[in-house]
Design a protein around this ligand. Structure first.
Ligand code: HEM
Length: 550
């Protein structure tokens, strides 16, 4: 049981050789820690034996306590109010129970109907309630998209991420690696299997996900996994956990043969093996139709022999499988196929040093006379371009979800900081110029997120082919919109944090890291320029085919 102290007990530990302080009613022994304190030991000695809550919150954010509490806390003050017991983790709904839509679109004339009144209850508040700091369905708003199973999944994720991931993200980013057990936990919890843009694959993961019955799984659940992971404010973390898998996995599950899937899917979905997507080459990025990595059929027709290079491949250094775009035919898009290459002789991977997403493992790959069984073809020979294009929509939606959340993180961090930092005798938030910055961030975040919800809903409702044709344009447009918003928010947050977001770590640490991650979102998956152009070309082409009147 935690020890109980009086204020007098703590006051007696007021010397360097016995240095206690209290923060928010909890007592910390900093005697050993003082020499390692990055802010210096004298500053701690000045508050020895005292309540140092005010000073602590001035210089740190909540991540520091989460990380050091277990190591340094020795008890609490007798005056500290008892904490409310934490709510139990969200129970899994009965497997067959249909998820109740908590909110249904209600017409203005339906106010007299008691059942529609019950159905139009807003969703319960969740999170810190900073206006625009979370999507509106976290803040007591009505929503036509989210139901109880989404709410339960959000709680399940939030609990795990806040305790096991968030406190360590900076450390992992600096080390350029996320511990393997976190990836495996993604598998154990069933999350990896929910990130494929398809129905939940119970044939490979019968245990499913704790809080959502598999038959209820939809693209909004998938969005919540990505969104909640992105609250950590690290593109490197998110790409480490879902970057390679989320784009390399879907082609295998949608176009691979059953025998191939039965052989490799279980290991991948358990998080024991890794898969990535290898399309981009030193000389072919957005211009996929012109890639040169070649796969020649062997004389006996049993293998492809692959030779070529791939560049900027997320997770490549750790990957066991490479979903690879290769040239099997003539020039242009009709000579491209998709092949699942397994790590083995002739496959070499080298880690690349990049501006951002440090813990994502960006990789340069060489394939030299790699023998790949023909059974590893994904889809039909020379028809890989269509598979790649379908996959792009799913990839871009992932980038959009992350970019919008990262923009929110920049905004949310700024609001919190602006409410504590004082300049010229006032809190930052009391300066109109700062509020103006926040308002411009919020309006772009909210507009982008509403478009995102609408497109996730369309993806859910349309069949795959219809979605590929009709949504390619809008998704490209939103990809550009979301990364422009992210870049804007990272910049404005940096201005608000000043020097604290210029140095790494500490209070401005998330903002500094995200600022470095921006280009990793604005360029890959289709650069902003290509996306904006495609959004118009594709939308006009589809509209023309559907009878647009000019
Ligand atoms: C449980 C007690 C404490 C722990 C675990 C702790 C930990 C840390 C850590 C890890 C940093 C590095 C920056 C960061 O990551 O945020 C830091 C910086 C700092 N700390 Fe503490 N600290 C504690 C208490 C205090 C107190 C009581 C004060 C003031 C009286 C203080 C003043 C500072 C200052 C001035 C910095 C440098 C901030 C900057 O770089 O802008 N710390 N502390």
């Amino acid at each position: 049981m935690a020890k109980v102290f009086t204020a007098g007990d703590v006051a007696s530990h007021n010397k360097p050789d016995s240095l206690y302080i209290t923060i928010d009613g909890d007592v910390y022994d900093l005697t050993k820690f003082q020499d390692d304190h990055p802010g210096g030991k004298k500053i701690l000695q000045r508050v020895a034996g005292k309540d140092a809550s005010k000073q602590f919150w001035k210089y740190h954010n909540e991540g520091i306590l989460k990380k050091y509490k277990a190591k340094l806390q020795v008890g609490s003050l007798d005056t500290k109010p008892k904490e409310e017991p934490k709510p139990a983790p969200a129970p899994a709904p009965a497997p067959k129970a249909p998820a109740k839509a908590v909110v249904k679109a209600s017409s203005s004339s339906s106010s007299s109907s008691s059942s529609s009144e019950a159905e139009s209850e807003p969703l319960e508040a969740f999170g810190d309630q900073i206006p625009f700091g979370d999507p509106s369905w976290y803040q007591n708003y009505h929503s036509p998209y989210f139901n109880e199973s989404h709410v339960a999944l959000r709680a399940e994720l939030r609990q795990w991420i806040e305790s096991d991931i968030e406190p360590y993200v900076t450390e992992w980013d600096e080390a350029k690696r996320v511990p393997e057990e976190i990836y495996q936990e993604m598998g154990r919890r069933g999350y990896l299997a929910g990130l494929l843009g398809i129905k939940y694959p119970t044939e490979y993961v019968p245990s499913g996900i704790q809080s959502v019955p598999p038959e209820q799984w939809d693209l909004f659940h998938e969005m919540i996994i990505t969104d909640e992971l992105s609250r950590t404010g690290s593109g490197g973390l998110v790409w480490n956990l879902i970057g390679g898998f989320g784009i390399g996995g879907p082609p295998l599950f949608k176009f691979g043969s059953k025998a191939l899937k039965d052989r490799i899917a279980p290991g991948i979905l358990r998080g024991e093996k890794r898969i990535c997507l290898a399309i981009t080459e030193p000389d072919a990025g957005s211009d996929v139709a012109n890639l040169t990595c070649e796969a020649k059929l062997s004389d006996d027709g049993k293998h492809f022999i692959v030779n070529g290079e791939k560049k900027w491949i997320t997770n490549g250094v750790w990957a066991d499988y490479f979903t690879t775009a290769v040239r099997t035919g003539g020039p242009g898009m009709n000579g491209v196929s998709l092949l699942l290459i397994e790590r083995g002789p002739g496959v070499t991977t080298r880690r690349m040093d990049c501006q951002g997403v440090w813990s994502s493992g960006t990789t340069y790959i060489t394939f030299e006379d790699v023998k790949v069984p023909v059974e590893n073809l994904l889809g039909k020979q020379n028809q890989g371009f269509r598979v790649i294009m379908t996959n792009f929509n799913h990839e871009r939606m992932g980038i959009i979800i992350q970019s919008i959340r990262f923009a929110r993180v920049c905004y949310e961090e700024s609001v919190k900081y602006a409410n504590k930092r004082r300049t010229f005798g006032k809190k930052l938030i009391e300066h109109p110029v700062i509020r103006m910055k926040l308002a411009h961030m919020a309006r772009q975040i909210e507009a982008s997120y509403s478009w995102l919800e609408s497109l996730v809903y369309q993806c859910e409702k349309m069949g795959e082919t219809e979605a590929m044709l009709r949504l390619g344009g809008p998704i490209a447009g939103l990809k550009a919109q979301s990364t422009i918003t992210f870049e804007f928010c990272a910049r404005e947050a940096s201005q608000i944090f000043g020097g604290l977001s210029y140095s790494r770590g500490g209070q401005g640490g998330k903002v500094e890291r995200l600022y470095r991650d921006v280009r990793a979102y604005a360029i890959p998956g289709g650069s902003e320029e290509i996306m904006l152009d495609l959004s118009m070309r594709q939308s006009l082409r589809v509209a023309k085919a559907m009878g647009m009147k000019l």
